[in-house]
Design a protein. Sequence first.
Length: 184
Amino acid sequence: MQYHLTTPVTQEDLAPLRAGDTVLLSGTVYTARDAAHQRMMELLDKGESLPFPVEGSALYYVGPTPERPGEIIGSAGPTTSGRMDAYSPRLLDLGQAIMIGKGARNQAVKDAVKRNGAVYLAALGGAGALMAASVRELEVICWEDLGCEAVRKLEVENFPLTVILDSQGGDLYESGPAAYLASL
């Protein structure tokens, strides 16, 4: 099935999604990679707020390339999500609803997705120009010193994604190969 979602989202918005479904996401999506995640944890450890509202938020693991003149963003393909596994459960427990990246996640992340009614969505790796075409606005909101890893606020329209982990415990990296093998 294909779903259209607009951020911020609720658990009720995400409940119908199943591993393998497609999502066209619109609204605000924040970007953060390894270095930004580490700084977010440092803020939380000090009892400070994150630089964006986490409740119902979508976080895209991307370090976009510099934009060309007249463009909003450069190529914006996903980075490997496993590098954020150490940080993701804490953010999900604080209300983050959507993670966007590529690659498998560890069991702690899977458990946190299910516990919080969240989802993990995959962006198409190697298709950074396609992903960038959905970005309508961009604003660097913090840690500009991190360059491409600075936290950005993107406004996206019909950002094409695939559900990998659903809120019910479904995992496309498990069910997809199993369905294929069963069809042989």
